[in-house]
Design a protein around this ligand. Structure first.
Ligand code: TYD
Length: 205
């Protein structure tokens, strides 16, 4: 692929969405062409899947949730991510496959072998860089709760979110070349500095 694929990951309220802006500014300064996107929910099919998945009115089993997340991802990859990367345009995605390992594998306790199998049969592309925004669940949920309304995931108990955080951290340990951790318990300015450092290291590789 000519473009680079960067993904942002973290628990609810970890500040990854805010950091999209800093990444965009850094890439602008280097005159790199990019698009910003997110999962779940890109394009008209993705938007429908997103509202199904996030609505608290829906009772969805862990298996169905996993399959819908994967369907959204395959659609996102084929319709947006891969065509842009092929054209040399970088893609920055707010969440991707690590979210499925963390949320459906960790949070919902789904079989990790099934996620591995789906991921390899669907030929899911590995990101070139993943930034994991990490902080204690209590602080993150407190931030998330200040937002207007809570979605189906945000309403889950603290243990659910702790399992998600733990999976993220162990994946980052196992794949430290790809996944870089940002300590997002610190101030806004300090998070920004960490993100800028990671991007500049990546650009120099
Ligand atoms: P969103 O509003 O985008 O949340 P955030 O700002 O925290 O990213 O909602 C996305 C939700 O979907 C979030 O709670 C995580 C969840 N999710 C999964 O459970 N599995 C996945 O594979 C993905 C991509 C997201």
């Amino acid at each position: 692929m000519k473009g680079k694929f960067i993904t942002l990951e973290g628990i609810e309220g970890s500040g990854k969405s805010t950091s999209l802006e800093h990444i965009a500014n850094t890439l602008d300064k280097k005159s790199i062409d990019y698009i910003l996107t997110k999962e779940p929910g890109s394009g008209s099919l993705g938007n429908e899947l997103r509202s199904l998945l996030l609505s608290s009115d829906n009772k969805i089993s862990g298996e169905v949730e996993l399959l819908l997340m994967m369907a959204d991802r395959k659609n996102h990859l084929d319709s947006l991510v891969i065509p842009n990367l092929k054209n040399g345009i970088w893609v920055i995605s707010d969440r991707y496959l690590d979210s499925t390992y963390a949320y459906q594998g960790g949070g919902r306790k789904m079989d990790v072998a099934l996620i591995d199998e789906l991921s390899s049969s669907l030929n899911l592309l590995a990101p070139d860089l993943t930034i994991l925004f990490d902080l204690p669940v209590e602080i993150a949920l407190d931030r998330a709760k200040r937002r207007a309304s809570l979605d189906r995931f945000e309403k889950e108990p603290i243990d659910f979110h702790n399992r998600i955080r733990n999976i993220y951290k162990s994946r980052a340990e196992e794949d430290s070349n790809r996944i870089k951790i940002v300590d997002s318990s610190v101030s806004f300015e300090e998070v920004k500095a960490q993100v800028e450092y990671i991007i500049s290291q990546f650009l120099n590789e």
